[in-house]
Design a protein around this ligand. Sequence first.
Ligand SMILES: C[S@@+](CC[C@H](N)C(=O)[O-])C[C@H]1O[C@@H](n2cnc3c(N)ncnc32)[C@H](O)[C@@H]1O
Length: 277
Amino acid sequence: MSERDAAIAPTAHYTAHVWKRLGLPYATMFATAEGARLFWTLRLAGEWLTLLTPKVPTMVEYLAQRHLLIEAALDDLSPDRIVELGAGLSRRGVTWAVDKKVRYLEVDLPHMVRAKQAAIDTHLPPRLRADVRARLELASCDVLSEELPHWLAARLADSRRPVVVAEGLVGYFAPQERDRLAAGIAAALRAVGGGAFVCDLRSTEGGKAIARARRGLELGIKLITRGRGSRADFLSEDDVRAFFRRAGFSSAEPVDRRRVGRVARTPSPARIWVARV
Ligand SMILES: C[S@@+](CC[C@H](N)C(=O)[O-])C[C@H]1O[C@@H](n2cnc3c(N)ncnc32)[C@H](O)[C@@H]1O
């Protein structure tokens, strides 16, 4: 595992623990002791302060908004095939394969795919086995590799409404890596006749409440990633739109936070974007 991968990997354990705390379907299967340890380390290191300051979201509120808005965007797109890049230990693949009967491919680095497969082998209830076997697939691929466009296009080829998802992934990459990744996804979607890309991106605009939220989140992410943190945020929504345009997407719009009432009021520097080819 490279230094970069080793720094990002713990975040998947942390988020899996959060999906369990939120009571999301199938999340218990993927929660790990490592995730619980990271969760309580962050809480005791100072995150508890954010519980007393409603204008600064807790990490759980921030992640709940991100996860549920992505879920809502997927519902709206009504995909017949989803490929999730950097899927980690997310419960989304099982949910869509079992409850929504959609073919789902989860992509991650080899060590994380092994951990995910082990969790499925150990914890998947027998009544879900047939659906998971029929519709959920796990694959290893470095999404920053040059083979991505080709590799992705081959896996999307037989779908009519393909959607590529990346949650909590793009922000860890340097600007040139983000550009390459987005261009690769756009090229793959174009090769199969079009589709959508859904991801979360943070930007620095938005006033004092958002600036406070950003500082809190940055500290939290630094702690979970042992000091590495995520990379620079985009400057504005215009900056994000330019990023998608450069990559070859024909349109890009943020998801309205009111789409999920339960998380609509959480101040967050992140927006969920739906970019189309
Ligand atoms: C912050 S975690 C998010 C996990 C999941 N999407 C979620 O929200 O619960 C980021 C994930 O991206 C994966 N990842 C990091 N770099 C990657 C790369 N170059 N190729 C594929 N996956 C990568 C990590 O292994 C990790 O599982």
